[in-house]
Design a protein around this ligand. Structure first.
Ligand code: NAD
Ligand code: ZN
Ligand code: ZN
Length: 336
């Protein structure tokens, strides 16, 4: 089978021929139909973060496909069934986080396309307990971006406790942000979308954003304040200044949810203003299996539109370059 492999951090990926993966106990093998390119895969391939993946590895944590073979002990999945293989590849199932509904915080988690091989391939392995069944009626091409971009932004709105009548700012209308706009609308909020390209601002408006803010033309903090300030700001842009602007655009009692993970990102916070204004700053990491099931249910019910372009896996290096340039309609999905 074919796979796109990171052989060295910061180097172009290499398309390799590899033996078909053999499912071990508790695993299944999956024939990939669609596999999304998350900006996280670019951070992984470049080794942008403090905890680095070890090459060689296959990135990709939005892989969707058909279960081919079952490893020993797998009884709840069947060959021929469609599943997605998310970032949360497996967790320990026993720690305080796993037991309290916060499996995303498990210290012993293995991350797909980072700590084990991911979905940039014709076939991959998944731990059966974390392979998420994709309901009938959701295409692989739509399911792929929902599997990370969808669940991450849906969860971010949950942790922020977004309510109708609130103003929610979405900073960065890329793969994550274009879904964040839609979840915030579904939650009944007024949405202000912020980006730096005309295409993304037009897309945000088409997807229901009430206010669009061009960060090239004006300071998003000032623009948000003109509307009274955001109750919640979702920082989805891979840019530290965008975090600062989102923070600055909060109203009193507002919440900044940090989602994007720029290399070496730091956010200097003014203590006085944070205290006096009662501001919360929250980090939010992907979502649980239950969150993902809810994301698929919302999509099946017609609440979300996934905007994507299909490309062959061979285009992986140009595709990553295009994402870095902001030259992509929301999400690239590889169809190997
Ligand atoms: P993307 O490249 O598709 O989207 C980024 C968007 O930000 C683009 O539309 C770009 O035009 C816009 N942007 C760039 N500079 C901006 C600025 N100054 N102001 C406003 N917008 C600006 O990336 P993505 O796949 O949506 O991922 C975004 C980030 O989220 C990445 O860092 C990724 O690693 C991270 N991520 C985090 C989680 C999590 O669980 N916290 C999950 C998935 C991805
Ligand atoms: Zn991702
Ligand atoms: Zn655990």
């Amino acid at each position: 089978m074919k796979a796109a492999v990171v052989r060295a951090l910061g180097e172009p990926l290499v398309i390799e021929e590899r033996p078909d993966p053999e499912p071990g106990p508790g695993q299944v093998s999956v024939r990939i139909e669609a596999s999304g390119l998350c900006h996280t895969d670019i951070h992984a391939a470049n080794g942008d973060w403090p905890v680095k993946p070890e090459p060689p590895f296959v990135p990709g944590h939005e892989g969707v496909g058909i279960v081919e073979r079952l490893g020993a002990g797998v009884t709840h999945l069947t060959a021929g069934q469609r599943v997605a293989v998310p970032w949360l590849g497996r967790t320990c199932g026993r720690c305080e986080h796993c037991l309290s509904g916060w499996e995303t915080l498990c210290e012993r988690q293995v991350n797909t396309g980072y700590g084990c091989d991911g979905g940039y391939a014709e076939k991959m392995l998944a731990w059966a307990d974390f392979a998420q069944p994709v309901p009938d009626g959701i295409s692989p091409r739509d399911a792929a971006p929902l599997t990370c971009a969808g669940v991450t932004t849906y969860k971010a709105l949950k942790v922020a406790g977004v309510r109708p009548a609130q103003l929610v700012a979405v900073s960065g209308v890329g793969g994550l942000g274009h879904l964040a706009v839609q979840y915030a609308k579904t939650a009944g909020a007024t949405v202000a979308a912020i980006d730096v390209t005309d295409e993304k601002l037009d897309l945000a408006a088409k997807l229901g954003a009430d206010i669009v803010i061009d960060a090239r033309a004006e300071d998003p903090a000032k623009a948000l304040k003109r509307h009274g300030g955001a109750h919640v700001a979702l920082a989805c842009a891979v840019n530290e200044e965008a975090f600062t602007a989102a923070y600055g655009g909060l109203r009193r009692g507002g919440k900044l949810v940090m989602i994007a993970l720029p290399a070496d990102g730091t956010l200097p916070l003014p203590v006085f203003a944070t205290v006096l204004n009662g501001i919360s700053v929250i980090g939010s990491i992907v979502g649980t299996r239950q969150d993902l099931a809810e994301v698929y249910r919302l999509h099946a019910a017609g609440h979300t539109r996934v905007i994507s372009e299909a490309r062959p896996l061979e285009s992986v290096n140009e595709s990553m370059r295009d994402v870095l340039r902001g030259d992509v309609t929301a999400r690239i999905v590889f169809e190997p």
